[in-house]
Design a protein around this ligand. Structure first.
Ligand code: AMP
Ligand code: TRP
Length: 331
């Protein structure tokens, strides 16, 4: 890792079951970015505590997420991969940032408003301060590039507001953060194609990286298509999504074949779905093979995270020392 590369940071919550939407929309890009940047990837286990987690299951969830990331190609030789709570500094810096952030600005965060609506029984202060911790994640490493999905742009804007406030009060220290919008696809739900694929919509709407071939076939077979006959050049949302998936998992020739059949009205969605399911199964096969291998070696996975945490801690310590000094804290 050369030092002149820009630092890139991103995080993922250990909520389990990474699906092909996460993979194609975000994580595939993480893999590609490893060569160009000093990439720091964190499994944000502090963040995910803002929603209910089963303490008996939590460790497995975190390890499962690590295994999925390693299996898709996050390479610990190239990138720093660790669990957020293994490095001290994230929560300390978040506290400092909390003291700079007016409540009114946090109240405007749409993700907070959405989550508060969904979790009426558990609107905790952690959920409210979530974006402050996210800013700390990034700035603890003075990262300047953050690959994220559209839904996280507001949090990056907030992080830029926080760092400006910090710089104004304590002297210029942080550079602005640039969000890098993933160009990847936006994959829609198989059963509710007007919504994006998401775990929260139920089992049949998403395909997990870990789904077995029969499950994949059955989920694709159940995907909604047209209610009436196919109309040339006019695809329903469900059909459009299936074509998008076909495009991502097969090749031009296959897409063209079904485009033609769609336009002349001869398309049989069952055939197209079978071919699509086969292609998804084939693409996931090597990933699932690596998942199985890594699952046999949980200690190795833990060691990878620990090593990543140690490397991250070195950067975090150096930056926290500067930050504490600027604030006027004792050594
Ligand atoms: P989440 O698990 O919803 O927090 O998402 C993790 C990452 O995957 C974020 O960067 C999202 O923008 C991305 N993502 C989630 N669902 C989809 C989807 N259906 N299509 C494309 N990207 C997605
Ligand atoms: N909030 C992000 C999400 O839900 C996860 C995250 C936490 C993150 N800290 C981050 C993303 C820092 C980018 C940078 O997807």
């Amino acid at each position: 890792m050369t030092e002149d590369k820009k630092i890139l940071f991103s995080g993922i919550q250990p909520t389990g079951n990474i699906h092909i939407g996460n993979y194609l929309g975000a994580l595939k890009n993480w893999v590609d970015l490893q060569d160009k940047y000093t990439a720091i990837y964190s499994i944000v286990d502090w963040h995910a505590l803002s929603i209910d987690q089963d303490p008996k299951e939590y460790k497995n969830r975190i390890l499962e997420t690590a295994i999925d990331l390693l299996a898709i190609g996050i390479d610990p030789k190239k990138s720093i991969l660790f669990a957020q709570s293994q490095v001290t500094g994230h929560t300390e810096l978040a506290w400092i940032f909390n003291t700079l952030m007016p409540i009114s600005e946090l109240e405007r965060m749409t993700q907070y408003k959405d989550k508060a609506k969904q979790n009426k029984h558990n609107i905790n202060a952690g959920l409210f301060n979530y974006p402050v911790l996210q800013a700390a994640d990034i700035l603890l490493y003075k990262a300047e590039i953050v690959p994220i999905g559209e839904d996280q742009v507001q949090h990056i804007e907030l992080a830029n507001t926080i760092l400006r406030k910090f710089n104004n009060k304590y002297g210029q220290y942080f550079n602005p953060i640039k969000p890098m919008l993933t160009k990847g696809a936006r994959i829609m739900s198989l059963t509710k194609p007007d919504k994006k694929m998401s775990k929260s919509l139920g089992d049949n709407n998403y395909i997990s990286l870990r789904d077995n071939p029969d499950t994949i076939k059955s989920k694709v077979a159940k995907a909604v298509t047209d209610t009436g006959p196919a109309v040339a050049d006019k695809k329903s949302l469900g059909v459009h999504n299936l074509f998008e998936l076909l495009h991502l998992f097969t090749n031009n020739e296959v897409v063209k074949k079904y485009e033609k059949q769609h336009n002349d009205g001869s398309i049989k969605y069952s055939e197209m779905k079978e071919e699509l399911a086969g292609a998804i199964i084939k693409t996931l096969e090597p990933i699932q093979k690596r998942i199985k291998e890594l699952e046999k070696k949980p200690k190795k996975v833990e060691a990878i995270l620990k090593k990543g945490a140690n490397r991250a801690q070195v950067i975090a310590n150096a930056n926290m020392e500067d930050i504490r000094d600027r604030i006027g804290l004792l050594k």
